[in-house]
Ligand binder design. Sequence first.
Ligand SMILES: [Zn+2]
Length: 203
Amino acid sequence: MLFRPPIVLTRIFPTFIWRFFDQTDAIYITFDDGPSPEVTPWVLDQLDKFGAKATFFCLGKNAEMFPDLYAEVIRRGHSTGNHSYSHIKGWGMETGAYIRDVDTAAEFIHSNLFRPPYGRIGPHQAKMLSERYKIVMWEVLSRDYGRSISGKRCARNVIRDMRPGAIVVFHDSVKSARNLWVALPLVLQAIKERGWVCKKIEL
Ligand SMILES: [Zn+2]
């Protein structure tokens, strides 16, 4: 299916987490690239409105720039993960430099979860980081960052593809806000109507 990760990746990286198999009624919504003062407070309010918990894969540079907002995410009962300091692409990047960027982010994000930016991480980088982190990928991509997709379409895709145990990706970034504002409430409503719950990732 279009919105599922290629099976070949799940074979190369068997320790990566793509979904939670033991869940019968939980959806794991995740937000990448924040926190962002323009978007994250609105996301937190939406989640509260639906009694939903989520996981925020933050950029170190944003957590450094907006420490109060980062603390607010945790205060509201959500979990956070490391998404690197500067949103680096692992492919073609020297492993030492890649790890250093993640370590810099760890000064501001205290979490044992890591999600590689763009999902692009080399086998050696993955092996090194797996010693210290649970590497969390995703099963359902909202594509909320797409310029040629509508918010309603994002929501429809997520609602079609999600199933209990699914890890879903949104972005609490300015770039994705136009679609997120439409898609997130629709998805949260659909989850509620199916009698499922949104849980944060804790490993
Ligand atoms: Zn990202």
